[in-house]
Every structure is written in C-alpha cells, then in structure tokens.
Design a protein around this ligand. Structure first.
Ligand code: GDP
Length: 333
C-alpha cells in the first residue's frame, strides 16, 4: 500500500471515535487530526483543552467510553475535598485527568505552545498520530442564549445545553493563526475527513480561521464529511436541538449543505438513505452506510468504507484499508 496522508478535522467524542477508526484502518502515522480548541477554558488556573484531550485519550486507548470525556477508571477524590470546602465546582476533573491539566499548564507557563505540549503529552501516552490543536491562539465559543451570552462550558456543562441558542460567536477566530503545519497538512493531504462532530460547536470554530477555510476551498484532496445527524437526531449532545433553534432543519441534508462549498463527498447514514438525492443535487458524492460507531470495530469498518469512498472521488487510487475484513460489530474489542 502507498503512503497515505489522511487528515481529519475533529471535535471531541464524534471526532475522536472516527479518528480512532481511521488510525485502525490506515495506520496511526498516516493520520493527522486537527482538533477544535474553542472549547478550551481555564479552571483553577489550569488550561483545560477538552476536545484535544478526548482525541488524545481515545487514541491512547485510555478514554472513558461511558462519559465520552476524561479517563477510564479515574477517581474523584479531589471533588470530595472541594465539597468539604463548600466550593464544589460544576466542572469536575478526575484525579488522574488532573495530571494532564497540571502538566499542560506548567509547560505553557514555561513558554511552550499548546501544540508543543500536546505533542509531548501524546508522545508520553504512546500516540504516534499527530494531534494538531487548530490554533495556539485563544479562540472561545460564546453562545448567545435566552439566558444571555454564555461561555461554551457554562452552556454545555453547567446548564446541560438547555438554554435556547440564538447565535454563536467564535471570539478571537478572526485574529487567530492556525497552529504550525495545519495549512501544510491541508495542502498535502490525500484525503480530508470532516468527522461526525457537531458542525456548529466543533467544526465551525476551526473553519472560522479564514486561512483554514481557504485552504479547504483550495485543497486538491477529496474532502468527505460524515453526518453527525441520524434520523433528524444527534447521536449525542445538542447538534439537532441547536440546528432547530438556529432555524435550520435538523437533517443530514442541512449538514451537507453547511459544508457544500468545500466537500466532494458526504457519508449519509443508512437510516436516512431517502435523503441521498437531495445531497447529490448539491454536486456532492454520497456514501450510504451505517454511521453509528458503538464498538471499536464499527469505527474501523466505517473508516475503511471512507477510505474506499475517497478512492472513488479521485482519479488515482491510493489503495485500501489495512483491515480487509473488519470483524462484525459486537465482537470483543
Ligand atoms: P464533543 O465536542 O465532545 O461534543 O464532540 P463532537 O462534536 O466531536 O461530537 C459530537 C457529535 O458527534 C454529535 O453531534 C453526535 O451526533 C455525533 N456522533 C457521536 N457519535 C456518533 C456516531 O457514532 N455516529 C455518528 N454518525 N455521529 C456521532
């Protein structure tokens, strides 16, 4: 098989799952992932980078697959102590997870950038895949809601994404530079995958960096987006609710339309097969398949299908997936 440069754009859970599938499908070193950093925030002086950590922990095989965030088998002793002090935080950090935030913050206080820190931490966790935070500059998603303007984590964690959303602002995005090598990776990629992440909360902050959006418009590689919406519902989280509140029908068609200016292919869930023509009418190729990733084999199978689909979207074939026959879902991981 030829060397391949797979590039994924990802938020947290949905992005991490498909990136993990791509790593299994084509090999860890053939994949680079650009991750949203507009959810980053500071708690007790610590730099928390939730999507970067979800991707890093998932690729390291140490993620908590039940919560979708944090580390597997973590403990919460620090939370009990906060409670004793009468100041229980609304954002909980696991005891082991704390080590990541403490180290990151210390390294950044010493002058390292977020991308340098991510590279060091990922190396220690034996993750060979290059994880690129979208930017080393601060970008913050601000959510305009019926309860006023809320920083992302307050909307998402403190208020459990219940406030009605009126609009979204990606503060700092206009001035932010992509982190080093992001633009080059887009230019030199063979295949670009927009993971089934939340289009508004996870992918749009990345696209809000104009040079990234321009690079995608000019990319020579096929760009394939995977739907996060199945049967009008999000698999997890606020994507469908948010679309309704923004006056957009929550459907895979609208997700495809959202990305239509730069994608060549769209992966539609088989439960929505009837929407195929509406997406093809946008001039976008469509792969219809099961996009639900409930096991690690599901992730690999979906990624393999995307590898094959990408080959159909370009003149020259690059070769298939490393896993010829992924095991059926439900088999031991
Ligand atoms: P977050 O930052 O942790 O919210 O994660 P993302 O934005 O990366 O992912 C959230 C999105 O992933 C949601 O809109 C989900 O609908 C979608 N998602 C999660 N799991 C799956 C899955 O197995 N299949 C598909 N198609 N979408 C998924």
């Amino acid at each position: 098989m030829k060397e391949m440069n797979f590039l994924a754009l990802a938020g947290g859970v949905g992005g991490a799952k498909l990136t993990d599938g791509l790593v299994r499908a084509v090999g860890a070193e053939q994949v680079t992932v650009i991750v949203n950093t507009a959810d980053d925030f500071t708690l007790y002086g610590l730099h928390i980078s939730p999507d970067v950590d979800t991707v890093m922990y998932t690729l390291a095989g140490v993620a908590n697959s039940e919560t979708g965030w944090g580390l597997a088998d973590d403990t919460w002793e620090n939370f009990g102590m906060f409670e004793r002090y009468g100041s229980a935080p609304w954002f909980r950090l696991g005891d082991r997870d704390l080590a990541t935030h403490l180290l990151r913050t210390e390294m950044m206080s010493g002058g390292a950038t977020l991308s340098e820190v991510t590279r060091r931490l990922a190396r220690r966790l034996k993750v060979p895949t290059l994880i690129l935070p979208m930017s080393n500059d601060p970008v913050h998603t601000l959510i305009d809601t019926d309860k006023g303007a809320l920083p992302f984590q307050e909307y998402f964690v403190k208020y459990h994404w219940q406030p009605i959303v009126r609009g979204l602002i990606y503060e700092g995005a206009a001035e932010a530079e992509p982190s080093p090598s992001v633009l080059r990776r887009i230019e030199t990629a063979d295949t670009i995958v927009i993971c089934p992440s939340n289009p508004y909360l996870s992918i749009d902050p990345i696209l809000a960096l104009h040079s990234i959006h321009d690079a995608l418009l000019n990319a020579t590689a096929p760009i394939i987006a995977v739907t996060p919406i199945i049967g009008g519902e999000a698999v997890k989280g606020p994507a469908a609710k948010l679309m309704k509140e923004l006056g957009v029908e929550p459907s895979a068609v609208e997700v495809a339309r959202h990305y239509a200016d730069f994608i060549n292919g769209f992966v539609l869930d088989e439960r929505d097969a009837g929407l195929r023509q509406a997406i093809e009418a946008m001039g976008v190729g469509v792969l219809v398949t099961d996009t639900l990733m409930t096991s690690s084999d599901d992730r690999a199978r979906l990624a393999c299908e995307i590898v094959t689909f990408a080959d159909q979207l370009r003149p020259e074939k690059l070769g298939g997936c490393l896993l010829d026959q992924p095991k059926p879902s439900g088999s031991p991981q």
